[in-house]
Design a protein around this ligand. Structure first.
Ligand code: FMN
Length: 163
């Protein structure tokens, strides 16, 4: 079973998590705000996704668990990330939270797979954008909801080999 962890304020990341789980099969969705970081510690392979709020900040529930999240030893763990954001309204902070999560997982020894880019994005800056690709699946329900299902399908095909 592949756990798909999310936190979400208005439901967009939750919906994306459910779509990803359905696409992968053999996956289970967990709201991190409910299960807590201890559930993460139980798994060697996982998917983690959340949205960006404020100006490039973590979503509230993720902010609440951040201190314990930042203490997880990710050595030997494989992680794929997804992030929700608004590239038009927050063009200088698009899906920044995914980049913050990425940096912490890598710093704590984790192996992050599933970088993504399809050329359809229009944004100025993002912590999640490194070497010409996003560090995970960047989604935008505010401006490009029509692209979401295709992006999820393509990305899931890409990461299946790692899971
Ligand atoms: C007040 C506010 C601040 C936001 N800040 C950002 C931001 O800094 N970067 C970004 O990419 N999206 C930002 N967003 C957009 C949300 O991340 C986006 O709507 C997302 O789909 C919400 O997902 P959720 O329902 O899972 O929380 C912001 C939205 C609001 C209303």
């Amino acid at each position: 079973m592949i756990p798909v962890f999310f936190t979400s304020s208005t439901g967009n990341s939750e919906t994306a998590a459910k779509k990803i789980a359905k696409e992968l099969g053999n996956a289970q969705v967990f709201d991190l705000a409910k299960v807590g970081v201890d559930e993460i510690k139980k798994h060697d392979k996982m998917i983690i996704g959340s949205s960006t709020w404020g100006e490039g900040e973590l979503q509230d529930d993720f902010e609440d668990i951040w201190d314990s999240f930042a203490n997880i030893d990710f050595t030997g763990k494989t992680v794929a990330l997804f992030g929700l954001g608004d590239q038009d309204g927050y063009s200088y902070n698009y899906v920044d939270a995914m980049g913050l999560i990425y940096n912490q997982v890598v710093q704590n020894g984790g192996c992050v797979v599933g970088s993504y880019y399809d050329g359809e994005y229009e944004f100025e800056e993002s912590i999640s954008f490194k070497d010409g690709v996003f560090v995970g699946l960047a989604l935008d329900e505010d401006n490009q909801s029509d692209l979401t299902d295709g992006r999820i399908k393509t990305w899931c095909e890409e990461i299946k080999g790692s899971f």
